[in-house]
Write a protein that binds this ligand. Structure first.
Ligand code: HEM
Length: 408
């Protein structure tokens, strides 16, 4: 039990157990030692947390810091595959996902009103309209088509652009930059290039909104004089990125999973009431936002282990969501499971701000897709679908699909 896991080439990421299952090495570690010491490629020691209870406990405890400050810790920000100890991630103004209370709370507080369940409910119809328009577009195309490009990415992009007041016409540029930012093994230089470009674009946008605010979330924030332009830019950056990459990958990988589980798909088609439960279960089963980092600000106990102050701690939400100690038959996709306590949106003070929005988009997205395309199927063998093992958010690069008749 005392051996240290040596991971010479980064965390195991290859989906050797199947496109939807955790890497087998991760599952093995969870069974052997849910809080495992590990050695990073540069030789420094840290921990990998894969057990449900330990992940939940860690995320609830802000002594496990989200700050990514090189003076204190080996900074993992750019590469969930592996922290790079020598290259600092600057503390970025406005990026409250990488802050601790009270800095974190000061910024997050300003947004909670915009993302309440009630506000999101009010948007439901509008989001359903956006989905329908995108499905009209899809139905006009001659199959086979790439579902990512034509549906899964546009829907959340359209929604978040509208909410934030970012012109959707600029999507080519910001989608390309954010995609660059998501590549795991991208050099720091390239990442910084994409970061600077997106940041410059958003800084100009929020500056304009401060001068002439409109009716959108960024304008509401721009009206608050005590937020600097740098902070506004950082918040815009975080919301724009978090708001489309994650949901887009849930929609495309979720569709892939549905097509690969025909019995579940048939049940869902027959009983649309299953949909909310199906979305929760897909969130658990797929956990596209998998790897997150914290560091210990003091010596801390976790899962019976002592985590020394300053240690980098890596968590796998996918592994936690597949923990047999918490979920019965965790590797089975089961829409009747009544999934509760999933960790796909994180836990604790950083728990996903956009989770209600994401749920609404997914419910509308899957419902519309299944209704309008009753004969939807993969246009290539499943083994040829390119998996995003190289990206920070898991999913598929493309999903070639086809159909014989689309409903109006
Ligand atoms: C935070 C997942 C959609 C905005 C998070 C975290 C997770 C997550 C796991 C916690 C990060 C941490 O603890 O370090 C997801 C998934 C989504 C999704 C799986 C889609 C299925 C969205 C959407 C938005 C959004 C649509 C829209 C604005 C955010 C923000 C945070 C966050 C702002 C940071 C919260 C904080 O630090 O207080 N998300 N997210 N997310 N998410 Fe999401």
């Amino acid at each position: 039990m005392n051996q240290i896991v040596n991971i010479p080439n980064g965390l195991p990421m290859e989906r050797d157990a199947g496109p939807f299952d955790p890497p087998s090495e991760i599952s093995r570690l969870r069974a052997a030692r849910p809080v495992s010491p590990l050695v990073f490629p540069d030789g420094h020691e840290g921990w990998l947390v894969t057990g449900y209870d330990a992940v939940r406990q860690m995320m609830a405890d802000t002594r496990f810091s989200s700050r990514l400050d090189l003076d204190v810790v080996h900074v993992p920000y750019e590469t969930p595959g592996m922290p790079v100890a020598t290259e600092p991630s600057p503390q970025l103004p406005g990026m409250f996902i990488a802050m601790d209370p009270p800095d974190h709370s000061r910024l997050r507080r300003r947004l909670t009103g915009a993302f309440t369940v009630k506000r999101m409910k009010q948007l439901e119809e509008h989001i359903a309209d956006i989905v329908e328009r995108q499905l009209d577009h899809l139905a006009r195309l001659a199959p086979p088509v790439d579902l990512v490009k034509e549906f899964a990415l546009p829907v959340p992009s359209l929604v978040i652009c509208e909410l934030l007041g970012v012109p959707y016409a600029d999507r080519d540029s910001f989608q390309a930059h954010s995609a660059q930012f998501m590549v795991k093994d991208q050099s720091l230089q390239e990442k910084m290039g994409a970061y600077v470009a997106l940041n410059t674009y958003l800084a100009e946008l929020v500056t304009r909104k401060r001068a002439t605010p409109g009716e959108d979330i960024l304008s509401d924030l721009a009206r608050q004089d005590d937020l600097s332009i740098e902070e506004l830019t950082g918040i815009a950056f975080l919301l724009l990125l978090a708001g489309h990459e994650t949901t887009a990958n849930m929609l495309s990988l979720g569709t892939f999973a549905l097509l690969e589980h025909p019995e579940q798909l048939t049940e869902l088609r027959a009983d649309p009431e299953l949909l909310p439960g199906a979305v929760e279960e897909l969130l658990r089963y797929l956990s596209v936002a998998d790897i997150f980092f914290r560091y210990a600000t003091e010596d801390l106990e976790l899962g019976g282990e002592t985590i020394a102050k300053g240690s980098t701690v890596v968590v796998s939400l996918l592994a936690a969501n597949r923990d047999p100690e918490r979920f019965e038959n965790p590797d089975t996709l089961d829409f009747r499971r009544k999934t509760r306590g999933l960790l796909s949106f994180g836990h604790g003070v950083h728990q996903c701000l956009g989770q209600q929005l994401a749920r609404i988009e997914m419910r509308a997205g899957f419902a519309g897709l299944l209704r309008r395309f009753p004969t939807l199927e993969l246009a290539v063998p499943a083994s040829e679908v390119r998996l995003r093992t190289d990206m920070n958010i898991y999913g598929v690069h493309e999903l070639p699909v086809t159909w014989t008749d689309a409903a109006g």
